[in-house]
Ligand binder design. Structure first.
Ligand code: GLC
Length: 421
């Protein structure tokens, strides 16, 4: 090799090295500890691979996060390489996302099949599962015991038990005590809660898998009426403006007997500085009635690579790392994020740190999915109409039968008689 050639080669190698090291922008939600854990895992990957990461925080409210993503993606912007997306978004965002199949190299087979099916749009694996969610009932073990109450099986049981404990605790001097806190703001979180109420009464899934709108039925009316009766009695009026974090704030301060929330609330509630540490029980959400069922909305988050990324292969590598068993285990131990890899539910460390992951395993595997796949690109409009109808009933602005009748008309128009695509 001549001297000139070897200099040329060295320069080429240097150039290749420089071209490979990149700065990836990762967008994560900031709910609970999500941002901190997203950052630490992304930085660990960067350290291992000699790249850089910038983690961009987004609004806690999923509906606001979606609006932001849609803005960035529809502009074809390369500003964000990796997106944390909600389980209900693959159908909405698929056109902007990279097919991860060639990068996953079979790793997808370790994850829950239902999650992979959910993330596969027109044959493309548009996101890798990161953690799964299911709505849970958190309760104050100490207060139930003190007042001789059992964990409620039906919503009527919950209403009675919450009413009783709230009254007794207030009389004993805690005038801030509430019976039940949940997510009542007009956003995707209310869709999750109201979807659970409706399903628990046997009122279906808003739009059935064939595309038929089913929401206008007596069980759904009953479900919304039941929840509306909580507002101002066992739930503060402010619940109409609560997201996950507002509900957790009240419960974790010791001011609520029951709370509906996602698993992440366990780890924070058990934190060293938490006033309710050691006092929390976790159960399935109540049934609509003796003939109803326990229903938990399936939630969860995924990681996807933008089609407009200039470093798609590297971004996919980051996604595969962040969704790996090792990182999912760390996240389960540190912050009670439910793995999407079935084998991890047999990991003794994970089950010891999060007993509910073992005890309520069936709740996670049988959680009910919102009608995102069937309504595809219209899911957000469907959800928006549903949460607004629910919010109108909860706030007393509309009667449940009227609100659902109107919703039925709107959704049928949106779905053009079952042709959602
Ligand atoms: C959580 C869930 C997500 C759900 C959202 C509603 O982030 O993972 O699926 O849509 O809460 O607020």
């Amino acid at each position: 090799m001549t001297r000139l050639n070897s200099i040329g080669l060295a320069a080429a190698l240097l150039f290749a090295g420089a071209a490979q090291a990149a700065t990836l922008k990762v967008s994560c939600s900031g709910l609970g500890q999500e941002l901190a854990l997203c950052k630490s895992a992304a930085e660990a990957w960067a350290g291992k691979t000699g790249n850089q990461v910038e983690v961009v925080s987004t609004p806690n409210d999923g509906s606001e996060r979606l609006a932001l993503y849609q803005q960035v993606l529809s502009a074809g912007s390369d500003k964000i390489d990796v997106f944390q997306i909600d389980v209900v978004w693959p159908g909405l965002l698929a056109n902007h996302l990279v097919d991860l199949t060639p990068y996953a190299k079979g790793a997808e087979k370790n994850h829950f099949e239902s999650m992979i099916a959910n993330n596969t749009v027109r044959g493309k694996l548009v996101a890798m599962p990161w953690f799964t969610n299911a709505g849970l009932l958190f309760y104050r073990k100490d207060l139930l015991e003190k007042h001789g109450q059992k964990v409620p099986v039906t919503w009527d049981d919950l209403t009675a038990s919450a009413t009783r404990i709230q009254a007794a605790e207030r009389q004993a001097g805690n005038d801030k005590m509430w019976g039940y806190v949940w997510q009542g703001r007009a956003y995707e979180g209310l869709t999750c809660d109201a979807f659970e109420w409706v399903a628990s009464f046997g009122g279906g899934s808003i739009v059935d898998p064939s595309g038929k709108v089913t929401i206008n039925n007596p069980a759904a009316v009953k479900a919304l009426q039941t929840a509306a009766a909580w507002v101002g009695t066992i739930s503060p009026k402010a619940v109409l403006n609560y997201g996950e974090e507002e509900a957790r704030g009240v419960f974790q301060a010791g001011n609520a007997v029951y709370m509906r929330n996602w698993p992440y609330a366990w780890s924070l509630g058990q934190g060293a500085d938490s006033p309710v540490k050691g006092k929390i029980g976790v159960a399935v959400l109540p049934k609509g009635g003796p003939d109803g069922r326990h229903a938990a909305t399936l939630g969860g988050e995924l990681l996807a690579v933008s089609k407009y990324s200039r470093n798609a292969a590297l971004a996919a590598d980051l996604v595969l790392y962040m969704t790996s068993a090792a990182v999912q285990k760390e996240r389960a131990l540190k912050a009670s994020y439910n793995p999407t890899i079935g084998a991890l539910y047999k990991d003794p460390d994970i089950v010891a740190a999060n007993p509910f992951m073992g005890e309520l395993y069936g709740t996670f595997t049988s959680a009910v999915g919102r009608p995102a796949t069937v309504t595809a690109s219209r899911y957000n409009q469907v959800s928006n109409e549903f949460w607004n109808a629910a919010h109108d009933v909860l706030s007393g602005r509309a009667k449940a039968p009227d609100a659902l009748k109107r919703l039925d008309t709107t959704l049928n128009r949106l779905g053009r008689g079952g042709k959602w695509e």
